[in-house]
Design a binder for this molecule. Structure first.
Ligand code: ADP
Ligand code: MG
Length: 267
């Protein structure tokens, strides 16, 4: 194969979105929460998602993370459909065993940390490695310590969640997601449950991750973080992405009336 042919073959894979959702739909009790969501993110991009409370942002992330089944549409991770498959001309949801495997490639960080209270920080970080990936205890501990170091908590490894501040707990939760080496990290309002003075340390960790090239989708109300770190900002409302643009354009020159109104309510 000539060199140019090799490049031509590789080019689509490099350009291919890491995560790509099309026409994603979800209703609860007949109430449409996601009407038709189209969203994609490429390697190393950071996408910030803003939007009013109750508009479906968490639902969108939970579906992308395969924590809940969609009602329609598709989710592709690195070009491969996840969560569902075609069977006799119909789309069916995959069994839990396969979902669990696919989930490992998608890191999720929740507003409320969701750490196990009876396990020290390092054990919380190790758990996915030992229980899901079958990594040995010894190796899992080493990897977990590396991740705790990355979020600045190597000296809190043996502390239980109740002995850590909210900011520290959230950094442990980030380490727990990172240790599985996911292709993309989803953050659902990661600083909304924190006292104001603890928000900065979590945003700093996320900014470092972004600088290291992590692909990230961040649902947040932190406008300054979004404008500084995001490659693109979206407004989510009424079950759809209303507007999507580079931060400068999004914040200083939004196109949609809905975005202007939303931005006039956030400082
Ligand atoms: P956001 O994260 O933007 O605040 P959510 O995705 O949490 O919005 O919720 C969107 C809508 O879907 C809300 O009206 C909420 O009450 C509803 N909803 C979310 N999850 C569920 C659920 N598991 N069961 C029923 N309704 C839900
Ligand atoms: Mg939410």
């Amino acid at each position: 194969m000539t060199q140019s042919a090799a490049v031509a073959q590789e080019a689509p894979a490099v350009n291919q979105p890491i995560l790509h959702v099309e026409n994603l739909q979800k209703a609860y009790h007949g109430q449409e929460v996601l009407k038709s969501v189209d969203f994609e993110i490429r390697k190393g991009q950071v996408k910030a998602v803003l939007g009013p409370s109750g508009s479906g942002k968490s639902t969108m992330l939970r579906l992308m993370a395969l924590l809940e089944p969609s009602d329609g549409g598709s989710i592709k991770l690195r070009g491969e459909t996840i969560g569902t498959k075609e069977h006799r001309g119909r789309t069916v949801h995959l069994p839990e065993r396969l979902l669990a495997r696919q989930r490992q490639d998608i890191g999720m960080v929740f507003q409320k940390f969701n750490l196990f209270p009876h396990l020290p920080a390092v054990r919380n970080v190790m758990l996915g490695l030992t229980s899901v990936k079958g990594v040995s205890h010894h190796e899992a501990r080493e990897l977990a310590m590396e991740m705790l170091q990355r979020v600045g908590l190597e000296n809190r490894a043996e502390h239980y969640p109740s002995e850590l501040s909210g900011g520290q707990q959230q950094r442990v939760a980030i380490a727990r997601a990172l240790v599985l080496n996911p292709s993309v990290m989803l953050f659902d309002e990661p600083t909304s449950a924190l006292d104001p003075e603890l928000v900065g340390e979590v945003l700093d960790v996320m900014e470092n991750l972004a600088a290291d090239g992590m692909t990230m989708i961040v649902v947040t109300h932190e406008v300054r973080f979004a404008s500084r770190v995001a490659s693109e900002v979206s407004l989510f409302d009424g079950g759809v992405i209303v507007e999507q643009a580079a931060p400068d354009q999004f914040f200083n020159n939004p196109k949609h009336e809905r975005t202007k109104r939303f931005l006039s309510h956030v400082h």
